[in-house]
Design a protein around this ligand. Structure first.
Ligand code: KG4
Ligand code: ZN
Length: 356
């Protein structure tokens, strides 16, 4: 059995209400309630709807996590929560709940950075050893986090106090681009899985869509940054032109070509960071990691570059509370004290702040 503090983690930075319970690096519970369906008709996450849904989902989700872990609230050593980055209103709901729990139980309170949580997800193991990769996470590592809310490339030297942001999207997040392009192609929300599905039958070389911030002049200033809004516009123009000419829209080919452009840029920049910084390790996180082409190209390029690739199980790649609890447990084991109860939601919390 793994030793370590028993921590409950709450995650409400976007549309998933996540509650996880860990003992050190052992995963005891991971329960998610998603408000995704409520956002479907808007084609993207609506912050106010997400915040309200968190409010309704939190209590039952906490109860379900306790039941899954087979523990009582009194057994906990600490309560952890995401304090940023994310949607301010959504974050506030989780913070309020975590503070209330910590005060009522008289337990220490840890406010954790969401992005670093994604990296911490890779630490978690179920007792049988069936979860996560087999070997423990090695540092330093480059981490590529891609979801509906973020696209960030990190250099992680220590999970408790040394993380550097190498680059991030300057406009849309990669998942957001999938969702917007899916809408253009008449596919339902969330668009990522839909595009992935139809792209399987398409030709990725049918259309050469632009690779954002990949030209030499852009690389000089934005070597590790991403941009997907130009790509989205290029797809829109392409579809428009076909419709104007009264030609059929080859949805599978366009989806495959678009998916290829995203996977190409994401993996090229991540591997470039591994090479430049001589860090032969790459960790992927976030919902877009479910993408078949992103996974395949990452594996191919990592192998060619001699980079060890790690991808946590998908249930831990998408937003969840266990990853937040995992980082708090690391901080506790490294001797760091709790956060102040006055900590508030910070929608742009920098990655240099592991614990607020
Ligand atoms: O990490 P995640 O569950 O959380 C939020 O961002 O809230 O990521 C969701 C995002 C959505 O934009 C969704 O379209 C995208 O991940 N996604 C995918 C795939 N599955 C989910 N994108 C591309 N390919 C997929 N298979
Ligand atoms: Zn996330």
């Amino acid at each position: 059995m793994t030793a370590g503090p028993l921590v409950l983690g709450i995650e409400t930075s976007c549309d998933e209400t996540g509650v996880g319970i860990v003992r050190g690096t052992e995963l005891l519970a991971n329960v998610i309630a998603s408000s995704m369906d409520e956002h479907a008709r808007f084609g993207g996450v609506v912050p106010e709807i997400a915040a309200r849904a968190h409010l309704e989902a939190l209590e039952p989700t906490i109860r379900a996590a306790l039941a899954q872990a087979g523990i009582a609230l009194d057994d906990l050593d600490a309560v952890a929560v995401t304090s940023g980055p994310g949607l301010a209103g959504a974050l506030m709901v989780g913070l309020g709940a975590a503070k209330a729990l910590a005060i009522a139980l008289d337990k220490p309170f840890y406010a954790v950075n969401h992005l670093i949580g994604h990296v911490g997800a890779d630490l978690l193991r179920v007792e049988s050893g069936a979860g996560g990769a087999d070997a423990p996470l090695e540092l330093p590592t480059i981490a590529l986090l891609v979801s509906g809310g973020h696209t960030s490339l990190l250099h992680v030297r220590s999970l408790t106090d040394d993380v550097e942001l190498l680059g991030e999207t300057i406009d849309d997040a990669a998942g957001e681009a999938f969702d917007k392009v899916a809408r253009l192609l008449g596919l339902p929300y969330p668009g990522g899985p839909q595009i992935d599905r139809v792209a399987a039958d398409g030709d990725p070389r049918a259309v050469r869509f632009p690779r954002g911030l990949s030209l030499p002049k852009d690389l000089a200033r934005h070597r590790y940054d991403f941009s997907f809004s130009g790509l989205k516009t290029a797809v829109a123009r392409h579809v428009e032109a076909l419709r104007d000419r009264g030609e059929p829209v080859p949805v599978a080919d366009i989806a495959a070509s678009f998916r290829e452009a995203v996977a190409d840029v994401l993996t090229a920049k991540a591997i470039a960071a591994c090479r430049d910084l001589q860090v032969p390790r790459l960790l992927l996180g976030g919902g877009v990691v479910a993408n078949a082409r992103v996974r395949a190209l990452a594996a191919e390029r990592a192998l060619a570059a001699g980079v060890a690739l790690r991808i946590p199980p998908l249930s831990l790649c998408t937003d969840n509370g266990a990853m937040i609890a995992a980082i708090a447990a690391q901080r506790i084991m490294a001797g760091h004290g709790p956060s102040d109860l006055s900590v508030s939601a910070d929608s742009t919390l920098p990655v240099t702040v592991v614990q607020a």
